[in-house]
Design a protein around this ligand. Structure first.
Ligand code: GDP
Ligand code: MG
Length: 153
């Protein structure tokens, strides 16, 4: 069981729709530990850095407009296999196709405004967390619940 950290963004649509608490609760309830959290405005420069793999794609101008359209909540979350756990909780990219029970499947019908971002692998997590958090903004602490949510399995 690998303890991992991953970057989650609660995207502008979810903040505007007052779904931030609901979405954060899902990750907390699942057993992930919050090690960093902030409300922030994504700039065009930050968008291009985060979405470097998409900058040349036809949909990028729309994605940039969306992700910079209002504040996001950036979260660094920790847990056993946190990267894949978060990805499966998010559901597939297009809300019209993502499974019920997932965040995107339960709350959206858009391919672009899909409420949440999660790093898609260990390399992405290692690259993305420092884009959003300075080292001193990540907090190391013990959670007394850890013994009950991540057994050594
Ligand atoms: P993710 O890893 O599931 O978030 O999806 P991708 O990495 O493929 O795309 C990044 C983000 O760009 C998605 O979460 C959407 O917000 C947006 N996006 C992806 N595909 C499209 C598209 O075809 N059109 C538009 N407008 N936005 C898209
Ligand atoms: Mg992606």
């Amino acid at each position: 069981m690998a303890l991992e950290r991953t970057l989650i963004l609660i995207k502008p649509d979810a903040v505007q729709r007052r779904l931030a608490g609901t979405i954060l609760s899902r990750f907390e309830n699942k057993g992930l530990k919050i090690v960093g959290l902030k409300l922030m405005q994504v700039t065009k420069e930050l968008s291009a850095e985060h979405y470097a793999e998409h900058v040349e794609k036809p949909f990028y101008p729309l994605l940039e407009e969306f992700i910079t359209s209002g504040p996001v909540i950036a979260i660094a979350a920790e847990g056993p296999e946190a990267i894949s756990v978060v990805r499966s909780m998010m559901g597939s990219t297009n809300g019209r196709e993502s499974a019920p029970g997932t965040i995107r499947g339960d709350f959206g019908v858009s391919r672009q405004m899909n409420l949440v971002h999660g790093s898609d692998g260990p390399e992405a997590a290692a690259r993305e967390i420092p884009i959003y958090f300075k080292p001193e903004e990540l907090v190391d602490y013990e959670s007394s619940l850890s013994a009950w949510v991540c057994a050594d399995d």
